[in-house]
Design a protein around this ligand. Structure first.
Ligand code: C5P
Length: 228
């Protein structure tokens, strides 16, 4: 189960990120997002990978096709998963896929459907005309059409995506919260156990572990829940 977790290293620098990693078992995937990447860059991505971690580089590219092509090409050789916003459209997704395949060991390319921090009301306020579930489904199908490996979505949408895109289409799900924990800025959440039961392949987990008083204990509790 450990390899189904991507720990969100949302830290301002590598010292803090490494301090946490030292407390946790190896075998866990790590997710490097904008905050840490903008400070430490690709060198840190390489460093973490050299330590044996699978790296999900969460930069959520969203631009015109040529720009996204160039961006994906810059990072594809150094990570195991990379992502782009599905709302960039078919041509952009195809360009991203083409770039990801240029390297010797291509990473999984996944599309962000609708951020898990958006509620139905937030979604409508940015112009969403259908329900989030339908929009996520539509974007997942677009990602599939472009040849992507899967999507980032809420655990609440994972089962439907597997139904419409097939069981091999990967679902990567943030918005994981323990029953007793805070939701913070996340809206469409589920517990680790619910996520596993709802066909999520990989769970992205940040603050429930990184902000815990004892991160190793929090991770163990999550693993026990997932295994049950
Ligand atoms: O701390 P928490 O568990 O909420 O962290 C979730 C992580 O997943 C964050 O790093 C966030 O950037 C990322 N993420 C997300 N929703 C998406 C895509 C990525 O929360 N749709």
């Amino acid at each position: 189960m450990l390899d189904r977790i991507y720990l969100a290293l949302d830290f301002p620098n590598k010292t803090e990120a490494n301090n946490l990693l030292r407390e946790l078992p190896k075998g866990l995937g790590v997710k490097i997002g904008l905050e840490l990447f903008l400070k430490e860059g690709l060198n840190y991505v390489k460093e973490v990978r050299n330590l044996g971690y699978n790296v999900f580089l969460d930069l959520k590219f969203h631009d015109i096709p040529r720009t996204v092509y160039g961006a994906v090409l810059q990072v594809a050789g150094f990570c195991d998963i990379v992502n782009v916003h599905a709302s960039g459209g078919l041509e952009m997704l195809q360009a991203a896929k083409e770039a990801s395949l240029k390297v010797e060991s291509p990473p999984k390319l996944i599309g962000v459907t609708v951020l898990t921090s958006l509620s139905e009301a937030n979604w409508q306020s940015v112009g969403g005309a259908q329900t989030i579930v339908r929009a996520v489904e539509k974007r997942a199908l677009l990602c599939k059409e472009a040849g992507l490996d899967g999507v980032v979505c809420s655990p609440l949408e994972a089962k439907n995506i597997k139904n419409v895109c097939g069981s091999k289409f990967v679902t990567v799900t943030p918005g994981i919260r323990l029953e007793s924990g805070l939701k913070e800025d996340q809206k469409r959440t589920a517990t680790p156990k619910e996520a596993i039961n709802m066909s999520c392949d990989y769970l992205v987990i940040g603050r429930p572990i990184t902000k815990a008083t004892d991160p190793a204990k929090a991770l163990n509790a999550i693993l026990r829940e997932m295994e049950s």
